[in-house]
Write a protein that binds this ligand. Structure first.
Ligand code: NAP
Length: 325
């Protein structure tokens, strides 16, 4: 595996954040073997930033190319101190639907404090305040834990669902979903999320909370049409019941994930998951939680404009589909 610790940063385009001369330490990416972690690590490696890939013990060989693996058992916080020591920033995410997301955030907050980590970016989710979805509530709580511990040293990203989630089914010719085909979504391209994440890890959007969403509100029916157009072959869609999903694709998951996902599908059925297009907003649309940082006028507007531009290019979904076909 190629390690890139110590390499000088490459010159980059004007869309990318400059790396300060003093910022030569590695960036830690938690969950680096997963879908999101790989995308974030790749965005950093492409900018010649040294990346420490925090992976489960024993998973070091699966670390992304160009990163240096470091074993971390997140639930117990084991290995976290060694991972964060000397780092310039860290990207924290919890495994999908993990019941101890808040406990993991506590470990990260504590160790970030103990190691004086200069910058932390937390991967949350669009509408974490939506109490209908238990895994969203855990993310809301994790945001509070990190914000209270690290204040403006934390940037929170709240991405919508990724277009990439639908690429496999679209390529197989069928989008089968356990909620209304007419529910609206502003899904986002994971590669765009990764670029905003890399910007934040290198110093952009300090203290901000940003929704990251695609530029169009699309129903599953419309995404099916987009997929068919992008792939150049027929793609169908079908609504199944949550019970059918539980007995089918969800059958192999553990009880808690089944429960959390069923709650998410029911919430999706009653209004989808979306934000106003082309408006990736700081401070969750201006709603401010007590004790959270205020929106800072011009800076916040710039952050919004930047995030909106980064996530808003190209027809939604088409680029993700084409990239993987
Ligand atoms: N998918 C979306 O559309 C979407 C949208 C917004 C936010 N999110 C959030 O993004 C986060 C990551 O999602 P993802 O799709 O990238 O997940 P993923 O591909 O399933 O990756 C999960 C990562 O967590 C690791 N992991 C799994 N169980 C673990 C455990 N018990 N202890 C420590 N590490 C463990 C995995 O390691 P191994 O490789 O070793 O299994 C992997 O690196 C989740 O919190 C999710 O809610 C997802």
């Amino acid at each position: 595996m190629d390690a890139v610790d110590g390499q000088a940063p490459l010159p980059r385009g004007e869309e990318q954040v400059e790396v300060g001369a003093q910022d030569t330490g590695p960036v830690v990416v938690v969950g680096a073997t997963g879908k999101t972690g790989r995308a974030v690590a790749a965005a950093l490696v492409a900018r010649r930033v040294p990346v420490r890939a925090a992976v489960r013990p024993g998973r070091e060989p699966a670390a992304p190319v160009g990163t240096t693996p470091v074993a971390v058992a997140l639930v117990a916080g084991v290995g976290l101190e060694a991972a964060l020591e000397g780092a310039r920033a860290a990207y924290h995410l919890a495994p999908n639907m993990h019941p101890d997301e808040v406990g993991m955030a506590r470990w990260v907050a504590d160790v970030a404090g103990a190691t004086d980590l200069p910058r932390l970016v937390f991967h949350s989710v669009l509408h974490p305040e939506d109490v209908r979805m238990p895994h969203h509530r855990r993310k809301a709580e994790a945001e509070v834990v990190l914000r209270e511990a690290r204040g403006d040293l934390v940037t929170v990203l709240r991405p919508a669902a990724y277009h990439q989630n639908l690429v496999g089914p679209a390529r197989a010719g069928m989008l089968s979903v356990p909620y209304s085909l007419d529910a609206p979504f502003t899904n986002v391209d994971l590669d765009d999320v990764a670029q905003v994440a890399a910007d934040a890890l290198l110093g952009a959007h300090p203290g901000a909370t940003l929704d990251l969403a695609g530029p169009q509100v699309l129903t599953t029916r419309q995404m099916t049409e987009e997929a068919a157009a992008a792939l150049g072959r027929p793609v169908s869609d079908r609504r199944v019941t949550v019970a059918q999903w539980l007995a089918g694709p969800g059958a192999g998951l553990d009880e808690q994930a089944r429960h959390d996902l069923a709650a998410m599908f029911t919430a999706y059925d009653h209004g989808g998951s979306w934000v106003t297009p082309a408006c990736s907003r700081g401070c969750s649309g201006g709603r401010r939680r007590p004790g959270w940082p205020a929106c800072h006028g011009l800076d916040r507007a710039r952050a919004r404009a930047r995030a909106a531009r980064d996530v808003g290019r190209g027809p939604a979904g088409s680029r993700a589909l084409r990239a993987s076909s």
